[in-house]
Design a protein around this ligand. Sequence first.
Ligand code: LMR
Length: 439
Amino acid sequence: MAVVAQLSPSSYTETTRLSSSQLSLSSTHLSSLRRRAFRPIIGPRNPTISCSVNQVQAPVAVEQDDPKSKTNDCYGVFCLTYDLKAEEETKSWKKMVNIAVSGAAGMIANHLLFKLAAGEVLGPDQPIALKLLGSERSLQALEGVAMELEDSLFPLLREVKIGINPYELFEDAEWALLIGAKPRGPGMERAGLLDINGQIFAEQGKALNAVASRNVKVIVVGNPCNTNALICLKNAPSIPAKNFHALTRLDENRAKCQLALKAGVFYDKVSNMTIWGNHSTTQVPDFLNARINGLPVKEIIKDHKWLEEGFTETIQKRGGLLIKKWGRSSAASTAVSIVDAMKSLVTPTPEGDWFSSGVYTNGNPYGIAEDIVFSMPCRSKGDGDYELVKDVIFDDYLRKRIAKTEQELLAEKKCVAHLTGEGIAFCDLPEDTMLPGEM
Ligand code: LMR
């Protein structure tokens, strides 16, 4: 029997119906249903769509052409009831996970969403709901994304919502993948970029604080991602600061690839790869602690000048070179690295290895300044949490490089003091502060 019949809300009329999020999995979500069940929403775009599993409540349609009116809506086929039976859920499906994605109409998201929906990230028994946040300008494109998700018939994708209001889209989010950010425009100072994107992340932090799961894991991708993550966490005081990440996994992957190339091995032989610091041209790919076939990199690659100069600069500027070739920022490899970053948090880290993530520095064992978001080596038990790795070594070269990227992040932090609740911003950035994509 369709769940709608069990709820029989008195406010249910011909023109008001419940979204799939309100109906699906009702056997285990009655409390959250009660909170949301009676909010009127708009019917599906195409009343003739009737594609779902099991029995489906016949959709009651309201034709609606104004895209803005869809901001609080489930999308198309995802408005239909997925009548998952309680015993089916306990036998073979896990509880649905809400994943919010900002910048959802962009290129990175376009690669990422289909991986998420296919179960590549959270597994083949994990149903998901995608909450896609765009801007007013991108709302049409967002509909295009949702249409492609519909047409892909992913069994694990139980719900899609599109919209422009983070307070709606982040509701009960267990993951927030914050990709959307403005690129630097012509003549814009870096301070201007920090401010304009910082405002977006301050707002999104507030929205997460208000409506997301208290256990939400936030991965900030939009640049400058470290400082954006700091702004976001400062605006979300009810969510543990530890839950916020700035994506440096792409840099880690790039570093592994270049070391493998130089050593003439396949990249799965490279482990213990740390990226220290900022996702910028001051980042430090750590060849001192990295290993190839379990041995220190310096024992395998004897060309130490290449490690210090060629290798380091290649990783720092890889994003920029890619933009030159492609004419746009990396998208597919960024999406893959978001997948890797998520998997690293939900899978136990292999014994002796670690991964890099930009995380909050309070309590770090390396002597790095507190209260910034800095990429460091992490390990996870696979429970979504992580701990910092203690057994890493430093030499003068590494310390000096780490100090430089640390200074840069401290300067960025001063630039956004007005967005983190720390007073008046004062922006005096080192001259070479750049994103990897800026040459
Ligand atoms: C990358 O590393 O490829 C991007 O962050 C580059 C950029 O600046 O957008």
